[in-house]
Write a protein that binds this ligand. Structure first.
Ligand code: URP
Ligand code: ZN
Ligand code: ZN
Length: 466
């Protein structure tokens, strides 16, 4: 199939230009002016008119949790429903987290997640590996996974008794990663201190979801962020802080980068657009329970500055949806039992366009950098994804920067019974979405297929991270 996307404005991270895009099979064959009618574009099967639209690389969400077991239940979206929703929102690649259960091998965890995704995912996908145990055997397994394209390992200073690793375990994983070329991703909150504050709050009768936000002090995130960056510096490896939410943590990342440390970080839309206030209102606040928690609204301006100044390199979603009417109810009477996580994989591109580009905070090129080009570079997909250029996969979105729509659970495609952004009107929307040369969404209609998505064997990204 040959598709010509004509008359659009091609927006890449390094610039925007009026150009046509020729897609041949699964790849981009040419990008240039006046391709329409040229010999190169002869025998096209279809022309998509992109006049007045942006033509952008399909967005990459490097932080999703489809079907994650958490707090006695499972994140609701499957690889089928979650990746379909992602595609409606202009995201054509996800990198999800496979989980090593305590006592099991990394291999068992990876096999389990591969089986969940294979034959089900609607867009391309890769995996990071969550490490729950660090020992001689799992350390050796890390090397194999890197060579198989699972190049990053997430460890936690949070969730004692579940995913928590102590400093020695984290440092050992970092030392190993320094040798195998992978990347350490850190959930940086001081979970031991949080658990003490949370227990005190519950003992004092403060059990509402709001106190989830109160218990997890910003300084606990700042302290853990500093600690893991210092450990990474000692080990000589790059470190990537996931779902950074607080000014306190951002200050630590900025200071580290200023002294030349290989420290990187992402934030998520919920920390840019929602706040601690959303956790109020009685049990309704459970819809907004995630970790790290939503912060007081005055942290948001700092995060936007971080995105502009490149102290934050990526915006991901941490998509981890639980139904409010059933799953979130597990925490009635004790906020510690509310499954942690929010839906968002479908909304990221539009929220960041609306709040960033339309809001005057980001250029459209920086928007593409944060959603697509940056994630591709950081996670070993450079040249393949994240760019509209000859030779790259034809993951392309025709994006209407002027279309207005209202976010709602009534119309979204995520398999979850609420939206954190219910009723919010945004400007910008994905009109036509191509995944490896195939139109999978067109004007709000699904044209894709379960199982179309392929596993991405990713390269290590050390060349970009040092
Ligand atoms: O609340 C969150 N973030 N849930 C997903 C698990 C994690 O820590 O990323
Ligand atoms: Zn986390
Ligand atoms: Zn997460």
């Amino acid at each position: 199939m040959r598709i010509l996307i004509a008359n659009g404005t091609v927006v890449n991270a390094d610039g925007a230009t009026q150009a046509d895009v020729l897609v041949d099979g699964e790849s981009i064959a040419a990008v240039g002016r006046g391709l329409q009618g040229s010999d190169l574009a002869a025998r096209v099967d279809r022309t998509v008119d992109a006049a007045g639209k942006y033509v952008i690389p399909g967005a990459i969400d490097v932080h999703t949790h489809m079907e994650l077991p958490f707090g006695g239940t499972f994140a609701k979206d499957t690889f089928e429903t979650g990746t379909r929703a992602a595609a409606f929102g202009g995201t054509t690649t996800i990198i999800d987290f496979a989980v090593q259960s305590r006592g099991a091998s990394l291999r068992e965890g990876l096999d389990t997640w591969m089986a969940k995704a294979e034959g089900n995912a609607c867009v391309d996908y890769g995996f990071h590996m969550i490490m729950s145990d660090v020992n001689d055997s799992t350390l050796a397994e890390m090397d194999s996974l890197v060579s198989e394209g699972v190049t990053d390992f997430k460890l936690f200073t949070a969730y004692p008794g579940v995913f928590f690793s102590d400093d020695g375990a984290i440092f050992r994983a970092m030392q190993r990663t320094e040798k195998n070329g992978g990347l350490i991703m850190m959930h940086a909150e001081n979970g031991l201190a949080i658990d003490i504050v949370a227990a005190d709050l519950v003992a004092a009768g403060k059990t509402d979801p709001y106190y989830h936000g109160v218990a997890r002090y910003p300084v606990f995130e700042g302290e853990a962020t500093n600690r893991v960056i210092r450990l990474a510096e000692a080990a000589g490896v790059p470190v990537y802080i996931v779902h950074l939410s607080a000014r306190d943590a951002l200050n630590e990342v900025r200071a580290a980068r200023d002294r030349g440390a290989m420290a990187f970080a992402e934030t998520c839309p919920q920390y840019l657009f929602l706040s601690l206030d959303d956790l109020g209102g009685g049990f309704n606040g459970a819809k907004f329970v995630c970790s790290p928690p939503l912060r007081p609204a005055d942290h948001q301006a700092d995060l936007w500055q971080g995105l502009v100044k490149d102290d934050l390199q990526v915006v991901s979603t941490d998509h981890c949806p639980f139904d409010f009417e059933t799953q979130k109810q597990l925490g009635v009477g004790d906020f510690r039992k509310i499954p942690n996580g929010l839906p968002g994989v479908e909304d990221r591109v539009d929220l960041l366009h609306d709040g960033g580009v339309v809001g005057g905070r980001l250029t459209k090129e920086r928007w593409v950098e944060l959603l697509s080009a940056g994630p591709a570079r950081m996670f070993g997909l450079a040249g393949v994804k994240g760019v509209v250029a000859p030779g790259a996969d034809a993951d392309v979105v025709v994006y209407d920067p002027a279309r207005r729509h209202t976010i709602s659970a009534k119309t979204h495609h995520m398999d979850v019974d609420y939206s954190c952004y219910e009723g919010r009107e945004v400007t910008g929307g994905s009109d036509v979405v191509l995944s490896r040369g195939r139109v999978i969404v067109e004007n709000g209609e699904w044209k894709g297929e379960k199982g179309w998505g392929r596993f991405l064997k990713r390269k290590t990204a050390r060349e970009f991270l040092t």
